[in-house]
Design a protein around this ligand. Sequence first.
Ligand SMILES: Cc1cc2nc3c(=O)[nH]c(=O)nc-3n(C[C@H](O)[C@H](O)[C@H](O)COP(=O)(O)OP(=O)(O)OC[C@H]3O[C@@H](n4cnc5c(N)ncnc54)[C@H](O)[C@@H]3O)c2cc1C
Length: 389
Amino acid sequence: MDFKFTDAQIAFRKEVADFLQDEISKGLWKPACDAWIQGQDPSFTKRVAAKGWIGLSWPKELGGQGRSAVDRMIMTEEMLRYGAPAACHWFADRQIGNAVIHYGTDAQKKEWLPIIMRGEAYVGLGLSEPDAASDLASIKTKATETEDGFIIDGQKVWTSCAKHMNYIYLVARTDPTQPKHRGISEFLFSTQLPGVTLTPTVDITGSEAWCETFLDQVKVPKSALIGTINKGFYQVVNQLDFERAGLERLMGNYPLYEALIKYCKETKRHGQPLCKDGSVRNKLTQLQVEYEVGRLLTYRVALVIDEGRAPNTEASMAKAYSTAFEQHLAMLAMDILGLYGSLVEESKYEVISGMAPASFLASKGYSLQAGTSEILRNVFAQRGLGLPA
Ligand SMILES: Cc1cc2nc3c(=O)[nH]c(=O)nc-3n(C[C@H](O)[C@H](O)[C@H](O)COP(=O)(O)OP(=O)(O)OC[C@H]3O[C@@H](n4cnc5c(N)ncnc54)[C@H](O)[C@@H]3O)c2cc1C
C-alpha cells in the first residue's frame, strides 16, 4: 500500500486550506471545536457549494465531481483542521446523497442531488427514538401506506441540524406484521409539512445542535420513500458506514489539540516549557501516536470505499478507536490545564479560548452517537474477526 498522496491531492489540500484561511482572515467565522456537527452556518455551506465541494465524490453524470473518497477525505480533513462551520451540509453530503444515489429512483436523484449540491438541503438524521437506538430495528415510528403516499406518526430523538433542518431523513415501520428487521423503510421529506414539530434538545454543554422531532399524521408523497419498501433496515446499514467512517470522529476537536500543544510549548512551569516536563511529554507523545493511528485507520476506510467495497468492519474500528482518542484528548487537556482548564471563553482567566470544558463535556457523547463503542466492537468482533454473536 502506498501511503503517499499524489501531487494532485497535495494541491487540492492546499486549495481547500487556502479557501478556509481566507474565510478566517475575513472574519467570516472563527475555528471551533465540533463545528462539523454544531457549526450551523448556511452562508458558509453556500460558499462551499459554490466551490463544487458538496457531492465531490458523486458521479459526474449525476452532477457530482466524480472525485475519489480519498479526495473527499482530504477536503473534510482540512475543514476539521480549521474547525469550519460545516454542519448544515455535512450529513446530506456524507450519507443522505449516497443513500439517494444507491437506492433512489432517477426522479429522486434529479429531485434531491441538485439541492444538496447547491447547499440548500439541511438534512437531519432521524434514526434514534426514545426506546430504540442501538437496537434500531425496534423503532416504533410508523408509516402507513395510503393511495397517494404515507402517513407518518411517531417521535425521533437527537435529530441533527436542529433549528436549521429543512429536510429530514428517517426510518419508520411500514409493516408491523413482519419480523422487526423486515418491516422498516427509509424516507426523506420536508420538515415544513404539517404535523412536523421540532423541539430543541439542550445538551450537556448547553448547545441546541440537536432536536426532538414529533411526527403527527404527517402526509408524505410516495416519492418520499427511498429504495424498496420494508428493506430500509438493510439499506441503512450501508449508510451507517458513511456516518461512522469520517475523520470527524478523530478531528472534531482539532482546534483544541493544536492549541493544547502550543500551550505546552509556550507555557513555563518550574522554569521550563511544560512540554519538557517528562510526564506531560509522555502523555502528549502517547496522544500523538493515537492520533496518527486513528488517521491511518480512517484513511483505510476511504481506500476501501474507492476499491468499491463496503467499509463495514473498517468503519466500526476507525470510529471506536478515534472517539477514544477524542476522549483522551479532552481528559488530557483538563489534566494539563488544571483549574484554569475549567474556565469558559467568557472568563478573563480562561486559557486556550476556553475550549477545554465544552470539549470535555461533549466528548462523553462521542462514544454514543452514530453507534456506541460497545456496538461497534460487536460489529468488528463478529463480521471482522468472525467471532460468535
Ligand atoms: C451527541 C449525540 C448526537 C446524536 N446524534 C444523533 C442523530 O443525529 N440522529 C440520530 O438518529 N441519533 C443520534 N444520536 C443517538 C445515538 O445514535 C444513540 O444515543 C446511540 O445509538 C445509543 O442509543 P441509546 O442512547 O438509546 O442507548 P442504548 O441503545 O439504550 O444503549 C445503552 C448502553 O447499552 C449498551 N448496549 C446496548 N446494546 C448493546 C449490545 N447489544 N451489546 C453491548 N452493549 C450494548 C450501549 O453501548 C450503551 O452503553 C445522538 C446521540 C448523542 C449522544
